[in-house]
Design a protein around this ligand. Structure first.
Ligand code: ZN
Length: 520
């Protein structure tokens, strides 16, 4: 390693360690911290985070970085560096430029606003009082417009915010994808209609012992290759994954006696995230080569396991008999097909987090359209409830009776996480393309899954995605694996195939699409 690169990497490791210390404190806060310790913990977290930030944006880091890259243009002095090292420096510069772009007092002001806004949002949701939250939403969108200006963008302000989560993606690109996907989904939803489950879900509407649920979830996680000697599962109000190092990746889950799928699928979802973090190359710890590519690629790993593996017929042909053994009273009379149909019911619903595979992305489109319109000042905060209802009606054919079941349901806006929602749909689309690539390269993938062999897939993902870190962009990764850039087609084909079997009405072709309003 060249001497200047060596110095830069040492410095990055220190900064990363500080951030990971903060992550340990946050993990503890969400899982084990006593109720009255929040104030002290907030002070500790704020200190560590500001130490990391000032070290990253300080003079010393600047001069180490300046030896390898033109700080103005990002042009790397590639002499004596390998291709991966050049990418490492490019990505570091990119992060550094963004961190430097925001004035310290702006960061402090935004942090105070969003921390206050979270409390107000919680109260507003509980009491169904949008009027309490609206003034905060106004200020948050105003500050995020300023943030976009600080960061810079070539298209529209939304691009600068999206870039925080999905580097290089643009609102125009997301719009094109959504325009392709939306009419297909709206059509499927209207053909399926409101499906109350017709008795199919009765199977799931029983009580399931929590300890047995916990054990079954752990067993699936172990089979997936989640290394319990380098990770653990705890309980929290909202499931999440956090990592302190590839050798210490933690997940949480939430269980309910009356909702077996919730706990199980959230464990598998977080397990998918955790495999990505455990699979990063720890030799590069502290640098972008040991970091995930983007939120969308991260979500592709969780969705791939949750939906494309664990909601498949093959998966349950292996696991259902084992689930029956744990819950003989509840499940002994049911078949694999009964269970498979019950966990794949499609019906429009109000709550994004509980939505099925077909309707889920329509929820994301509602948020994307409104968020973008608010940011561009094409929509007033005061008009949001009406606009929300209209979008829901147009895309999903239903609308909420209360704001709590509508625009107040998600925490993201109170956190200032604008530009975040599209990464969920990107995860679904990337995930499907990646699954298709794995399927074409692994002999009899479905047959393996049906025999409980999940590790072959884990190994493929590790070698082809996890180990790479940010040495490739999302687009480079997709093209190298599939030969194609990001596309909605594999996802559409998957939905049509899978749900065409579950809902025969989807197979019949429509007489004519002319003159129809597809919810655009
Ligand atoms: Zn996720």
């Amino acid at each position: 390693m060249s001497r200047p690169l060596d110095i830069l990497v040492q410095e990055m490791r220190v900064i990363t360690q500080l951030r990971k210390v903060a992550a340990v404190l946050s993990w503890d806060q969400e899982t084990h911290m006593p109720a009255n310790s929040a104030k002290a913990r907030a002070d500790q977290l704020a200190l560590i985070i500001s130490l990391a930030h000032s070290r990253f944006t300080g003079a010393e880091f600047r001069s180490s970085l300046g030896l390898l890259v033109d700080l103005k243009t990002g042009q790397v002095d590639a002499a004596s560096l390998t291709a991966d090292q050049v990418r490492m420096v490019e990505m570091t510069w990119r992060d550094w430029r963004r961190a430097k772009a925001l004035p310290v007092d702006f960061i402090g002001k935004l942090a105070r606003l969003t921390s206050e806004a979270q409390g107000v949002w919680q109260l507003a949701r509980e009491k169904n009082r949008y009027d309490l939250f609206a003034p905060y939403l106004e200020r948050i969108f105003e500050m995020k417009r300023q943030e976009a200006d600080h960061l810079g963008y070539s298209g529209e302000p939304y691009d600068a915010l999206l870039d925080n989560y999905e580097p290089d993606a643009t609102a125009a690109q997301i719009t094109a994808l959504f325009d392709r996907l939306r009419p297909v989904l709206v059509d499927m939803v209207s053909r399926i209609g409101v499906d109350s489950g017709n008795g199919r879900t009765a199977l799931l509407e029983q009580k399931f012992d929590l300890d047995q649920q916990w054990e079954f979830g752990l067993q699936v996680l172990r089979d997936m290759g989640y290394d319990m000697s380098r990770g653990r599962q705890d309980r929290s109000a909202h499931p999440f994954t956090t990592d302190f190092h590839p050798s210490d990746v933690r997940i949480t889950t939430r269980l309910s006696e009356t909702d077996l799928p919730m706990g199980l699928f959230s464990s598998i979802h977080e397990g998918g995230h955790a495999l990505y973090e455990q699979g990063l190359n720890e030799a590069h710890f502290g640098t972008p080569l040991c970091e995930p590519i983007s939120l969308g690629i991260h979500e592709s790993q969780s969705r791939l396991w949750e939906n494309y593996v664990a909601r498949s017929r093959a998966f349950w042909s292996w696991y259902f008999p084992q689930l029956q053994e744990r819950f003989p009273e509840q499940l002994s009379g049911a078949s694999v097909d009964d269970f498979y149909a019950a966990i794949n019911v499609v019906s429009p619903s109000l709550i994004r987090a509980e939505a099925d595979e077909v309707t889920y992305n329509l929820h994301i489109m509602v948020r994307f359209d409104l968020e973008r319109a608010l940011l561009n000042k094409e929509l007033e905060v005061s008009a949001l409830p009406t606009a929300w209802s209209e979008k829901m009606q147009s895309y999903l054919g239903i609308k909420p009776r209360t704001d709590s079941d509508g625009l107040l349901q998600d925490i993201h806006w109170s956190l200032g996480a604008l530009g975040y929602f599209p990464t969920y749909t990107l995860g679904n689309l990337y995930g499907r393309q990646i699954y298709a690539a794995a399927d074409s390269q692994i002999h009899d993938l479905e047959g393996r899954i049906a025999k409980g062999d999940l590790k072959t897939l884990r190994e493929w993902l590790r070698e082809n995605i996890h180990i790479i870190g940010r040495a490739r962009t999302a687009e480079e990764l997709l093209v190298s694996l599939t030969g194609e850039p990001l596309s909605a087609e594999p996802f559409i084909a998957y939905l049509e195939e899978k749900y065409g079997q579950l809902y025969p009405q989807l197979k019949k072709s429509r007489p004519s699409m002319v003159g129809e309003n597809n919810g655009r």
